[in-house]
Ligand binder design. Structure first.
Ligand SMILES: Cc1cc2nc3c(=O)[nH]c(=O)nc-3n(C[C@H](O)[C@H](O)[C@H](O)COP(=O)(O)OP(=O)(O)OC[C@H]3O[C@@H](n4cnc5c(N)ncnc54)[C@H](O)[C@@H]3O)c2cc1C
Length: 524
């Protein structure tokens, strides 16, 4: 067990974590910035983002139009100040990303090519083919490499943030008292040592929670670790009931995570049809296939329940094949590999868990309710998305809040001063190596099954109560394992998934009306 000191500790290497690291490293060449990430450097939800970033760029578009679309998609539960701020600061943040080297597709006139996606009333999606996230992730990693005051540590798993609860007095404090963050306990996955990282400020940039469901577009890293750590430390976590299901994940039983067929394909003109060939979205919403995600996902779910079919179909056969290939090379070749020729066959699709709108509550500077702890990106709840995120507003939110957090840290150098507290090493007393990993895998699958069966697109109080009962049993079982087993990433993820499932269920039970991505049979 070792002890490290750093000025800024960032957990996560997606767009949120990397953008903050770059911005603070440039502003503070003499300060040490440490980024830890639990898998390979680039592994993140960011890497798989396809469609792009929503930014008002076209002269015919307006901030007000993007604001209106964001509010409408969010069912007006958004925070107005945040929506205004994010949308207006977006062009400057995008320019910075372009200056760092990110390349986006251009139109024939040499301007940025702007795509359109569901819920947007203008063309404003900046993209790099259908692999926008990968382009951003690689650009940010290249920048990181050039900044000598950043240490990027792959295969380092954050177990818990350090607060008064861990200090030598082991002070138990209530959420009403001031809680401070002093860093985090991090497992070096190569040596298995759980090291103490003491930091001036700590930033949770750990991404989403998709893996709490059996069917998701999110990679295996998306286990809600940062949110669970913050929750254990008594930070405010809210709006967890607003889980967004993407309407069109490729239907391929047995494949996990599910491959995404980007919203931009519908923006490009694809139609949703049932097995009989009917465009059922025409009866549901005036915007048809381009209605917001909650509406389209629910309509598909209803259509599947009505017909008993296992999927619906995305019809691209009327679209220009060469233009499709050029815009969506990744989707085209994935379909081809599984025997779907998009010029002749429709693509089988189903909704899958995709994005969490809620999370760790932060203010307009990205500060959580715990002092010296920020949260950025998908793990945070900023108020931008309200009850349902508008397509391509997520990379945008992470980028703008990375700027806000960097500005806040730079404006308060005192935050980085060392804190006078005695922090003990991670306590492993009384634990032994888990000899039965199967118990952990079994419980993880149980959580996913409960959530997919009982806490999915359509909920009811009865289903939620049943889920809570079953999760309680799993929670107790997992805590028993935790008390006796040596810590491992698998065990930590299971504990975190339990916490995330608990938060989604209990916060769903608290919501007494249908709004955005939350839909219960008990309400109108
Ligand atoms: C298939 C797909 C397509 C998408 N398409 C779009 C799109 O077109 N436009 C858009 O705006 N959004 C899109 N999204 C959503 C968007 O990609 C994410 O919301 C965004 O990338 C989140 O960025 P982040 O930095 O917050 O988290 P991530 O990019 O997920 O990064 C989280 C990081 O934290 C690390 N981490 C997690 N837990 C720990 C731990 N315990 N210890 C150490 N490290 C940890 C992870 O390894 C990872 O490096 C898409 C998402 C998916 C899955």
């Amino acid at each position: 067990m070792s002890r490290f000191k750093t000025d800024i500790l960032i957990l996560g290497s997606g767009i949120a974590g990397l953008a903050i690291a770059i911005k603070t490293a440039i502003a503070y060449p003499n300060k040490k910035i440490t980024v830890v990430t639990k898998a390979q450097e680039s592994e993140s939800n960011t890497k798989y983002a396809q469609g792009g970033i929503a930014v008002v760029w076209d002269k015919l578009d307006s901030f007000q139009s993007h604001i209106d679309d964001t509010l409408k998609a969010g069912d007006y539960l958004n925070d107005m100040e945040v929506v205004n701020m994010v949308i207006k600061e977006a062009p400057a943040c995008l320019e910075k990303l372009i200056n760092w080297g990110a390349e986006f597709d251009m139109d024939t006139k040499g301007d940025l090519d702007l795509g359109k996606e569901g819920g947007h009333s203008a063309h404003r999606i900046i993209h790099h083919k259908d692999v926008t996230g990968l382009e951003i992730e690689l650009t940010l990693l290249e920048q990181i490499e050039q900044l000598k005051n950043i240490s990027l540590l792959p295969y380092h798993f954050a177990i818990d943030i350090i607060t008064e609860h861990h200090t030598e007095e082991k002070k138990i404090i209530s959420p009403d008292e001031e809680i401070n963050c002093f860093g985090a306990y991090i497992m070096n996955q190569q040596t298995q040592s759980i090291d103490t990282y003491v930091a001036g400020v700590t930033i949770l940039a750990t991404g989403g929670i998709g893996q709490v469901y059996a069917s998701t577009t999110n990679p295996t890293i998306a286990t809600g670790d940062g949110i669970a750590m913050a929750f254990r430390a008594k930070a405010k976590v809210s709006e967890m009931e607003f889980v967004q299901f993407h309407p069109t994940a490729l239907y391929k039983p047995g494949e996990s995570p599910s491959f995404l067929i980007s919203e931009a394909v519908r923006g490009f003109g694809a139609y949703l049809r049932n097995k009989e060939g009917k465009r059922f979205m025409l009866d549901i919403d005036g915007r048809a296939e381009l209605a917001s995600r909650d509406i389209v996902a629910r309509a598909i779910n209803m259509e599947m329940l009505r017909t008993g079919d296992e999927c619906v179909y995305l019809d691209c056969t009327h679209l220009d094949k060469e233009a499709f290939k050029n815009h969506f090379p990744n989707i085209y070749s994935k379909c081809k590999r599984i025997g779907v020729d998009i010029s002749r066959d429709s693509i089988p699709v189903v909704p899958a868990s995709h994005y969490l709108c809620g999370g760790i509550e932060v203010d307009i500077h990205g500060r959580s309710s715990i002092k010296n702890l920020y949260a950025c990106g998908e793990c945070s709840r900023t108020g931008l998305h309200g009850a349902n995120r508008l397509a391509s507003n997520s990379l945008l939110e992470a980028l703008v809040y990375a700027q806000k957090i960097a500005e806040d840290i730079i404006a308060h150098p005192a935050y980085l001063e060392p804190k006078k507290v005695a922090i003990p090493e991670w306590n492993e007393e009384g634990t032994t190596a888990p000899d039965e990993l199967i118990l952990i895998t079994h419980n993880r699958k149980m959580v996913q099954t409960i959530m997919s069966n009982l806490v999915s697109i359509v909920r009811s109080n009865e289903r939620l109560e049943k889920a809570l009962d079953q999760l309680n049993y799993l929670y107790q079982d997992t805590e028993k394992l935790y008390a006796k087993s040596k810590m491992s990433p698998q065990l930590a993820e299971l504990r975190n998934l339990n916490a995330i499932a608990f938060l989604i269920v209990t916060q769903s039970l608290e919501r007494k009306e249908n709004r955005g991505a939350f839909f219960s049979l008990d309400y109108e």
